[in-house]
Ligand binder design. Structure first.
Ligand code: PMP
Length: 424
């Protein structure tokens, strides 16, 4: 049995009062808090071995490189990716948004004929198709919409069921022989719904398309294995998985990373550079890691990955399932509508809700006054909100440190909102 109370005690930030109330943090979908071991790892790195990686002959540079590569291996282990030298499948990025833009740009470069013969499998031509879903965060929607605009491809999407799940009943019509790229979220950041990705991946591969997974909201909550899922690429951020801000990771099947042209150019990604002919780029992952890397943050993210593996993602899933069950009782309150599946099946503890007659910012402030942190707004997912006939909503989202009591505290606070604002 994992002692989740002891785990909560590892988060110093939670040990404080907000407006006189003990802090209840229910905004982990935006960013998670950090355990002491992650905070320590970052400062320890700066205290003892701070140096650039993969360059310099001095001892600190060697130690830094070793710590960086070990962190990459830990992150790879968390998601079932390869990390042996020459086989690496994890690229360090500035976050999920940076990783998704890197992919869209690299595919765009392949479409311009960059990257030679190997990269032709990624090339998108006018009249080809790029497919996303209506559940996407803007960090998927916009880079791939731009890619479609740049390449002349048709932009298409999988719609949503009434309760906000990505539809898979019309896959054959939406994903066709002309589809080159399919980019889909693993878990909706508004609905909390886990996408039924298996048939989408099968269909994408059947037509020869590349399948890209937005794993931002799955890696911190579920046991994921990218090999088993057979995704081609996946992007996520460290700051939502108890790691630092400013870094993220891009998984790619090794053979695909080897075939993909670079997207960012600069130091540390080139074997040979000349004035009068094109450069010769390094093998992945270095080819995609131009510039000085956020080494301290990557090292700390590695500690977060190891810490999660020690707790066991299955244990975390069970723990958060109980919190989700409690949060879903929000839907029983008069005037509250949940934007997403009501049943605690194939979903996580991210529950967005509308309070009839009360603006989300008013709800957020009322809840905050009681020490409870939730997110309000459109959560960078405007089409999802439009699907529900809204522009904004309130969102409670669980993390490893939450308890069923936290969800109960939220429910009690939310149940008073409409009376307070005299909402009809
Ligand atoms: N996709 C999803 C599903 C997300 O929840 C987020 C973060 N809100 C992102 C992408 C973008 O992540 P980041 O802002 O860390 O780059």
């Amino acid at each position: 049995m994992v002692d989740f109370e002891a785990i909560r005690a590892q988060f110093p930030i939670l040990d404080q009062k907000i407006h006189g109330h003990p802090l209840v943090y229910l905004d982990s979908a935006a960013t998670s808090q950090k355990p002491q071991c992650v905070i320590d790892a970052e400062s320890e790195f700066y205290r003892t071995i701070n140096a650039g990686v993969h360059r310099g002959a001095h001892e600190l540079a060697a130690l830094s490189t070793e710590a960086f590569e070990q962190a990459r291996a830990k992150v790879a282990a968390l998601v079932g990716a390869n990390s042996a030298e020459g086989e690496e499948e994890i690229v360090v990025t500035g976050g999920a948004t940076a990783g998704l833009n890197l992919l869209a740009t690299a595919i765009g470069n392949a479409s311009l004929g960059r990257g030679g013969e190997a990269a032709r499998r990624f090339a998108v031509k006018p009249g080809d198709e790029i497919v996303v879903s209506e559940a996407e965060h803007h960090s998927v929607l916009l880079p791939f919409q731009e890619l479609a605009a740049r390449t002349g491809a048709t932009f298409k999407w999988l719609g949503l069921t009434e309760d906000g799940r990505v539809r898979t009943d019309d896959l054959d019509e939406v994903i066709t022989e002309r589809t080159k790229v399919v980019a889909i979220t693993h878990v909706g950041n508004t609905t909390g719904a886990i996408t039924n990705i298996a048939p989408i991946i099968r269909r994408a591969h059947e037509v020869g398309a590349v399948f890209i997974l937005d794993a931002c909201q799955s890696v911190p909550h579920l046991k994921v294995d990218f090999h088993a899922l057979d995704v081609d690429f996946a992007a996520w951020s460290a700051h939502k998985m108890y790691g630092p801000t400013g870094v993220g990771f891009l998984y790619g099947k090794r053979e695909l990373l080897e075939a993909l042209p670079p997207a960012n150019f600069g130091g540390s990604m080139v074997e040979l550079a000349w004035m009068d002919k094109p450069a010769q780029y390094m093998e992945p992952p270095a080819r995609f890691e131009a510039g000085t890397q956020p080494v301290a943050q990557v090292v700390a993210a590695g500690v977060a990955a190891e810490w999660l593996m020690n707790i066991g993602m299955e244990n975390l899933e069970d723990h958060e399932k109980a919190i989700a069950a409690e949060l879903l009782k929000l839907g029983d309150i008069d005037g509250i509508r949940i934007l997403g599946p009501r049943e605690n099946v194939d979903r996580i503890g991210t529950v967005a809700f509308d309070v009839k007659g009360v603006h989300p910012h008013d709800v957020g402030q009322f809840i905050d006054a009681q020490g409870i942190a939730i997110r309000v707004g459109h959560h960078c997912a405007q089409p999802v909100h439009r699907h529900f006939g809204l522009f904004a909503s309130n969102r409670a989202s669980s993390g490893i440190y939450n308890s069923v009591d936290d969800a109960k505290a939220l429910i009690e606070a939310v149940s008073k909102v409409r009376a307070f604002f005299r909402a009809e």
